[in-house]
Every structure is written in C-alpha cells, then in structure tokens.
Design a protein around this ligand. Structure first.
Ligand SMILES: C[S@@+](CC[C@H](N)C(=O)[O-])C[C@H]1O[C@@H](n2cnc3c(N)ncnc32)[C@H](O)[C@@H]1O
Length: 218
C-alpha cells in the first residue's frame, strides 16, 4: 500500500484535480467548514499525503500537524509547503500522547488503512475530550441514477484518465475497487460509535459521492 502511494506521489495532486473534475476543492472547502478551526488550535490532519488537505486548515489560522505513513508523499508536501509541519507516522499507532489535539481530520485516508476501526479509536485517544473529528471520504450516493453514473465514472473514466495523467495507473484501479467496497454513510457512523465517538452526524457532498462525517470526543 505504502509502495503504491510512493508511486503516485509525483502526480498525486494533479490526478486529484483531473479525476474529480475539480470537485476536490469543493470537498475540501466543506471539510474546513465542518472542522471550523479556531486560531491557535492544534489540529491533526491524518493521512495528509502531500498536504493538500492540510493547507486550507492552516490558512484558517490553526496549527496543523500533517501526518502520513508514506515518506515520498511527505517529501513532496515538505517541498511544496515548507512552512507546514509534516510527520511520518502510522495511523494504526499514532506517535502522539493522549488528548494532544483540539481536533482531527482525515480526508480520503481511512479507506486506505488495513483496520479503520483501530484508526478511529487511535484518533479518539489523541483528540481531547470535547474535540471534534471530521472524516471526508467517498461514499454511496442515495439516488440510483447518481450511483449508476458514479460507477461508470469509477469503472471507465478513472482508468482512462489515470493512463493519461497518473504516474502509476494500476493505483487507480485500486481506487475504484476500494471505493466500491467501502462502507456506506450509516455503516461508517456505526464504526465511529464503536470506536468511542459521540454526536455523530453526516452530510452528503456531490450527491453522496463523498460524505462528511463529524463526531465529538466524549
Ligand atoms: C488518497 S491519499 C489522501 C491524502 C490527503 N489527505 C488528501 O486529501 O489529498 C491517502 C493517504 O493515506 C496514507 N496512508 C495510508 N495508510 C496509512 C497509515 N497506516 N497511516 C498514515 N497514513 C496512511 C497514504 O500514504 C496516502 O498519502
């Protein structure tokens, strides 16, 4: 898995924009809105990759600790955003003390870890009581028509675009498969509850292609 992200790292940000047809910027805007960072807060952006998900939060005035397992992604992030702090670390065993963060977020990362339940529990451990978690992840459109179009996009458009724009096309067949196998909105909410999170809410973006889950550490 780490190897796959090392291969996609050089053209990861370009592929995001192309494959999502610019929607990724919209999704990040809503993630920021749900997180509502306050100036001076310390926020963990887990599976931050090259830092594209960290930047809007840092711009809002919070201190963001971008953490990712893949050194190649972090290296590009550090080069691109020298002012941003990056840490190489595993979501399954976070290198942080209990209650270290005011909030945490994870964009398009949870689907890629081997045990998402453990990661959600780790996030609950490192966020302070009363702190929030925002998960931005692909999900299941409620409308059958949108689902049909979405599957077409995953099965036809993504493989085509990845051949043209990606540095590692096979990673994008993995992307399609992992999205189709990922739990829907309700099941992810149950996973959050089982990991110890409370006040769980979600909202759909782009017709449910992406869902934003928000939860509070009790
Ligand atoms: C699709 S990228 C998302 C990057 C970024 N959050 C964004 O929105 O563009 C997924 C990231 O998850 C990271 N990742 C996968 N397994 C991980 C783990 N166990 N711990 C930390 N990061 C992990 C990968 O290295 C990769 O950078």
């Amino acid at each position: 898995m780490m190897d796959m992200f090392s291969h996609v790292a050089p053209r990861y940000d370009l592929m995001n924009d192309v494959a999502s047809m610019g929607q990724d910027r919209w999704w990040r805007h809503h993630t920021l809105d749900a997180l509502a960072p306050q100036e001076g807060e310390i926020i963990l952006d887990l599976a931050a990759g090259t830092g594209a998900s960290s930047l809007p939060i840092a711009r809002a005035g919070a201190t963001v600790v971008a953490t990712d397992l893949t050194e190649a992604m972090v290296k590009i992030g550090k080069r691109r955003y020298p002012q941003q702090s990056f840490v190489v670390g595993d979501a399954l065993k976070l290198p942080y003390a209990d209650a270290s963060f005011d909030a945490a977020t994870m964009s398009f990362g949870l689907r890629n870890v081997v045990n998402p339940g453990i990661v959600l529990a780790e996030l609950c451990r490192v966020v302070r009581p009363g702190g929030t978690l925002v998960i931005c992840e692909f999900s299941r459109p409620p409308s059958a028509v949108t689902r049909f179009m979405y599957r077409l996009w995953l099965k036809v458009a993504i493989p085509l675009v990845s051949k043209l724009a990606s540095s590692h096309a096979p990673a994008y067949s993995y992307l399609s498969e992992s999205i189709l196998n990922w739990p829907d909105q309700r099941r992810l909410a149950t996973m959050l509850e089982l990991a110890g999170w409370t006040k769980i809410q979600w909202r759909n973006l782009t017709g449910g292609i992406v869902a934003l889950h928000r939860a509070v550490r009790p």
